[in-house]
Design a protein around this ligand. Structure first.
Ligand code: ATP
Length: 266
């Protein structure tokens, strides 16, 4: 069976200024490989600066890898083929408000990808926007709202609507739920799970939260200082993590908080 997405030896180096004329090479990602099947959910976990966002950006095409290739359904994805990327792989960001255009109504923002990437008539595009608004739990009236008129949970729903409107095969989310309060976060995660079941979308998300990861992910990729140190099924990593770092990351948030509290008291 062909993998939906196959990441082969991708790496990422940045150049940073080091004094007046010198440049320093920063390795954000050492070569790593993994693959995803249709409908699968993969969580990327790691401490801050471990390379989670870099992986997300490379898959979504927001950055070009320094080496390696990405294949979609067995076909090489050209880093500059923005049209395929835009249709098949969509990204959701952490800060939903700043990723929406404050000057455009929600309806206009949802029509935009259809205008440029579908052969639909304007009437068909409008119909699709209303169907998608309903699918993500928003009302037809929200078509005429501006982003600042919505709550943070509703804004994240608009971002999800924008991500799914072209019926992509993969959604990449970079800490997309971290800033939401817990009850809204649970609603948004359940919405994504429903959409995934309904539309067969694969989902790749970076998260610091073991609770969300355990609830949602089929597989977990553990990063440490730009290197992939484990990639296995959620079940296998929960029962038998090979690395202490994986164990620490997967410990429950309550336990982590309790451990931090004890350490600061010592
Ligand atoms: N544009 C850039 N220029 C230089 N270095 C960068 C750039 N983007 C990321 N890095 C570096 O690459 C490394 C990985 O960064 P990345 O943002 O992928 O980590 P992360 O795991 O997503 O962190 P966080 O959880 O804090 O978002 C870090 O050392 C970071 O400083």
């Amino acid at each position: 069976m062909t993998n939906l997405l196959e990441v082969k030896n991708i790496s990422k180096y940045y150049r940073a200024k080091n004094g007046w004329l010198k440049q320093r090479r920063i390795c954000a990602l050492q070569p790593l490989s993994f693959s995803i099947q249709r409908g699968e959910t993969i969580a990327i976990m790691g401490e801050t600066g471990s390379g989670k966002s870099t992986i997300a950006r490379l898959i979504a095409g927001a950055e070009t890898p320094s080496s390696g290739e990405i294949y979609l359904n067995g076909e090489l994805l050209n880093p500059h083929d923005y049209q395929t990327r835009c249709r098949e792989i969509r990204m959701i960001f952490q800060d939903s408000l700043s990723s929406l255009n404050s000057q455009l109504t929600i309806g206009r923002q949802l029509l935009e990808p259809l205008k440029f990437n579908s052969g639909c008539t304007h009437a068909e595009q409008l119909e699709r926007v209303y169907v998608i608004l309903q699918k993500v739990g928003l009302l037809p009236d929200h078509f005429h709202f501006y982003p600042h008129m919505l709550s943070s949970g509703q804004q994240q729903r608009v971002c999800i609507a924008r991500a799914i409107i072209l019926e992509p095969q993969i959604i990449v989310a970079d800490e997309a739920f971290a800033s939401l309060d817990p009850s809204i976060r649970a609603q948004i995660i359940n919405l994504i799970l429903d959409l995934q079941e309904d539309m067969g979308i694969s989902f790749i998300f970076a998260s610091h939260s073991p609770e969300i990861v355990k609830h949602v992910a089929d597989k977990i990729l553990i990063m440490h200082r730009g290197k992939m140190i484990e990639f296995d099924s959620t079940q296998a990593l929960l029962t038998n993590p090979k690395e202490q770092i994986s164990k620490n990351l997967l410990q429950s948030e309550q336990l982590n908080k309790a451990l931090k509290h004890t350490t600061t008291q010592e």
